[in-house]
Design a protein around this ligand. Structure first.
Ligand SMILES: [Zn+2]
Length: 454
């Protein structure tokens, strides 16, 4: 789900955090608790018909391991690089000088913010260009994971900078306004506004922001669409929308996701996924996405993350006063409501978010697991689900079993190994046990015995 993008897209400064976690290759490996190969699985499972047989968790090859180590190094470098840039902005007095320049030319409060925000954004994106070029272009090409041309990469980078600076101009002034109006309670008011803000961002993401980068269109395969709509109807979704997007212009990896809010809600399939997965594998992936729909995961994520954002702002509020008191001479400002304090807000948000990241990640892994359960209960096709995960991992050079710290901090989905293990063992319908989401799912139509007509 894309909610984490929205959360971290609270403005250009929070985007710094988001950047740290979207760089490619954040999978990990430490094959602890490797399950037995299929031949050693209990006879009860082993004797099943071929299309319901268990699937082995693939071991990462040397290329996947190298990709993992490269990705981990990049995450570390991204974090350190962002910390360094923000500290340089503050401790060299560059931020205060930029604000003074903006005041001279802007004169009025909002005009000053606009000039400061543009100046800060341009310097930040220029300074980050080399690292982003390596992480977003060189590294994926060196692992043969990308088809993207340099011009397209650069175009997307510039568009992204314009969108994020534009978003900063629209909403970024508001925290400073609140800090000025209510120096002791601003963190609470901003936190309470997080939920409506996230809803608006989620509403506009698929119809305003995403189309700037990719071409979306209704699913072209009519026969597949008919089967998807029948599956959606069984899952209680009567008017679901499924789109395909031309991600093959940028990547060879696979994905699908739910995005949007209320009238803009939809399921999106990458065209790479459509080309690489078989029909029953696609139907499971869509069943997983339908689970997000039916189980109300989006609203649960918004409520959960909004509470975290209140806590985040509170910790930032408590820390900011002390830091300014100690370093105000070096910084060139003495109040958090000064626009020059923007890098300080960004720095504190980055540090506090990193420290607290295991909490939203754990919640996300939980709802992704429940969406897997829903997909299995809807399709009863465990084998296809597991082979879909194998392909997702292999096409993305992923790692099936990450190290525990990597998983806790960086994985918003269960590892592929855990997902395949779950597909292999979760079959309550075969033993007459109740399924958890029975109340949402209409029974599968019974197969018609040969020679009979309905
Ligand atoms: Zn999901």
């Amino acid at each position: 789900m894309k909610i984490f993008q929205t959360w971290f897209a609270f403005g250009p400064w929070i985007f710094l955090v988001w950047l740290c976690f979207v760089c490619p290759g954040v999978c990990g490996s430490e094959p602890a608790n490797t399950p037995p190969p299929p031949s050693q699985l209990p006879a009860q499972i082993e004797h099943l018909a071929p299309d319901t047989s268990p699937v082995a968790v693939p071991e990462p090859d040397a290329k996947a391991l190298s990709h993992y180590h490269s990705g981990m190094t990049l995450v570390g470098v991204f974090i350190l690089w962002n910390l360094l840039i923000l500290m340089l902005f503050l401790f060299t007095g560059f931020s205060a000088r930029t604000r003074s320049w903006a005041e001279r030319w802007g004169r009025r409060w909002y005009a000053t913010f606009v000039l400061y925000c543009i100046g800060f954004g341009l310097v930040y994106y220029l300074a980050s260009l080399p690292l982003n070029f390596y992480a977003g272009f060189i590294q994926p090409h060196s692992y043969d994971l990308s088809n993207q041309t340099f011009n397209r990469w650069l175009g997307n980078y510039v568009k992204n900078a314009v969108v994020m600076i534009g978003l900063g101009l629209v909403v970024g002034w508001f925290p400073f306004f609140m800090i000025k109006q209510s120096p002791r309670r601003w963190w609470l008011y901003l936190g309470l506004l997080a939920a409506p803000f996230l809803c608006v961002m989620e509403f506009i993401q698929p119809v305003v922001i995403d189309p700037l980068f990719h071409r979306f269109q209704p699913l072209q395969d009519q026969a597949l669409e008919t089967k998807i709509l029948a599956e959606a109807a069984r899952g209680g979704i009567e008017s679901g929308r499924v789109y395909e997007v031309n991600m093959s212009a940028d990547t060879k990896t696979l994905n699908a996701y739910v995005t949007g809010f209320m009238g803009t809600k939809r399921i999106v399939l990458w065209d790479t996924t459509l080309k690489s997965l078989k029909e029953d594998e696609l139907l499971f992936i869509l069943g997983h996405e339908m689970g997000h729909y039916v189980l109300g995961h989006l609203i649960k994520l918004i409520v959960f993350n909004s509470v975290l954002i209140i806590l985040l702002w509170y910790v930032v509020y408590r820390l900011a006063g002390r830091v300014i008191e100690r370093f105000h001479m070096r910084f060139g400002f003495s109040s958090l409501s000064d626009f020059a304090a923007l890098p300080l807000l960004a720095l504190l948000i980055l540090i506090v978010s990193l420290a607290g990241l295991p909490i939203p990640m754990a919640f996300s892994r939980h709802i992704e697991h429940e969406a897997d359960r829903f997909g299995l209960e809807l399709t009863h096709n465990n084998h296809a689900a597991a082979t879909a995960f194998v392909k997702l991992q292999q096409n993305s050079l992923g790692i099936s079993r990450p190290g525990i710290l990597v998983k806790i901090w960086l994985f918003d989905h269960p590892s592929v190994g855990e997902r395949i293990d779950f597909c292999n063992r979760y079959r309550p319908w075969e033993t007459g046990q109740p399924s958890r989401y029975d109340q949402y799912i209409r029974p599968q139509p019974q197969a018609i015995p040969a020679g009979q007509t309905r």
